[in-house]
Design a protein around this ligand. Structure first.
Ligand code: BG6
Length: 489
């Protein structure tokens, strides 16, 4: 029995008994108020929108049904050695056939919004040309089911499943032709579905798919382009966003709202001093210069262009105007702090500190635990770009979820993560930072890109053999937050 205790345990016990004595002494001196009177739940604004998120390739399956064309992720996941567990998303969650059950899962959480993505290769199997007549039928059915359950749809138009044909014909996002094709597709979808979709996200996480897909080659299409070509890819994606904003406005119903869903480079003050907070504002602008800043300001920053030098993207003034088309909201995917910064005398005024090897992370190694990102990132974004409507378009965590023999998943680490991030988000809303809603990634476990089915991010556990969905403990946690519109009790 004694061997189970370490020296650390003994030290702790000794400390506790010392505290016990101190507390007893204090009790005799004054009568503290009962603890329960001092606590109150931290409420979110009354109209705060609670939701969950998924994306088409990660859950739909049915990759060869109803005229869908191949995407770069079909090609990539079928290439040996690209996916950790050698899986593909050919079947994934079979959501294409089980969408009614899955909408029921959202309803059971009490969530009132759902962010999903539309698969471009279902709508235009070749990326351009004649639309597939059956392409939008699935989304028609899904939308009707969502609305019948009182759930507001938020549709993402591009969550990385580029039609393979565009990659083959134009080099994908290496060409402005792909940007034009995206705008046509966006306009077509808005024309058909904006009677039921009032909010469109254009593009999900340029910061991820450009660098990983065209830079390091880790993601589809697996290219390793030099910096200049990579900057041009980024520019073409920004152009696609701007063109799509315009076609959605032209073809969608009046009042249709549009914005990006970006994994903003999350810059945080290392220590909260006024100087460091100012430095974090500068860093937010500069470290997001290649996408968010150019779409929100309609120009590349001087520091970005100076740093890029001969590798700077080629563009026209007219393109910058398109890229800077006004948006209705800013979607921020916030998982982990990227850069902790301090003030610096050297231009442009900030220094990024090295992250220590011991910095804690969740089950995914990239997912550093920094709940204060949920406070600082929207606060700084609202200030730097003067935006009045922000959605947290993704936040959540992987966890090593295991079904116990009694059929439960006790994902206490996910609850810990969510509780802390949401507490920081509430702090932001309480201070007036204009965050209007939150989409938890993810509704259910799904195909996690290069990790295959090895990483689980869902509130619902999915058995990918039987397709049985099981609510994890975190689903109860989230249901409670949504029901009370508050964190804490
Ligand atoms: C976001 C993506 O980057 O993070 C999601 O928008 C993705 O599609 C999630 O599933 C987790 O990323 P990963 O790389 O761990 O699967």
């Amino acid at each position: 029995m004694f061997s189970r205790f370490s020296r650390r345990h003994f030290a702790k016990m000794a400390g506790l008994s010392t505290l016990g004595i101190a507390a007893a002494t204090a009790r005799t001196a004054s009568k503290p108020k009962p603890v329960t009177d001092r606590h109150a739940p931290a409420r979110f604004p009354d109209d705060f929108l609670w939701g969950t998120a998924t994306s088409a390739y990660q859950i739909e399956g049915a990759v060869n049904e109803d005229g869908r064309g191949p995407s770069i992720w079909d090609r990539f996941s079928h290439t040996p050695g690209k996916i950790a567990d050698h899986s593909t998303a050919d079947r994934a969650n079979d959501h294409y056939h089980r969408y009614k059950e899955d909408v029921g899962l959202i309803r059971d959480l009490g969530a009132k919004a759902y962010r999903f993505s539309i698969a471009w290769p279902r709508v235009f199997p070749e990326g351009t040309g004649a639309p597939n007549p059956r392409g939008l039928d699935f989304y028609d059915r899904l939308l009707d089911e969502l609305l019948a359950n009182g759930i507001e749809p938020f549709a993402t138009l591009y969550h990385w499943d580029l039609p393979q044909s565009l990659q083959d014909r134009f080099g994908g996002w290496q060409s402005a032709d792909t940007a034009k094709a995206f705008a046509d597709y966006a306009g077509h979808v808005a024309g058909r579905l904006s009677d039921r979709i009032r909010n469109f996200f254009t593009i999900n996480e340029t910061g991820r798919f450009v660098y990983f897909g065209y830079g390091s080659g880790i993601d589809a299409p697996g290219l390793q382009l030099p910096q200049g070509a990579l900057n041009q890819v980024h520019h073409n994606v920004a152009l696609a966003h701007g063109l799509a904003v315009q076609t959605i406005r032209a073809k969608g119903r009046a009042g249709t709202r549009v914005g990006p869903a970006e994994n903003i480079a999350a810059c945080l003050p290392a220590i909260d001093t006024p100087d460091n907070i100012r430095a974090a504002e500068i860093a937010t602008r500069e470290l997001n210069a290649g996408f968010l800043n150019v779409i929100l300001e309609g120009k590349y920053t001087e520091a970005f262009l100076a740093y890029a030098g001969k590798d700077a993207p080629k563009y026209t003034a007219e393109e910058l105007k398109i890229i800077g088309s006004p948006i209705d909201f800013l979607g921020l995917n916030i998982y982990a702090p990227q850069s902790y910064v301090v003030a610096s005398d050297r231009a442009p005024g900030f220094e990024v500190l090295p992250i220590p090897a011991s910095f804690p992370h969740m089950s995914s190694e990239w997912l550093r635990i920094g709940p204060e990102a949920a406070y600082w990132v929207p606060r700084l974004a609202a200030k730097v770009w003067n935006v009045d409507t922000i959605y947290i378009s993704e936040n959540g965590t992987s966890s090593i979820d295991q079904l116990t023999p009694d059929g439960k998943v006790y994902d206490l680490d996910r609850i810990m993560y969510l509780r802390n991030y949401l507490a920081q988000l509430q702090r932001a809303t309480a201070e007036g930072v204009p965050v209007r809603g939150y989409f938890l990634w993810s509704l259910m476990d799904n195909f996690e890109w290069i990790f295959g089915f090895e990483k689980r991010f869902g509130l619902y556990h999915v058995d990918f053999d039987t397709q049985v969905r099981t609510a994890k403990l975190s689903a109860s946690f989230y249901r409670d937050v949504v029901a009370r519109n508050a964190i804490g009790a």
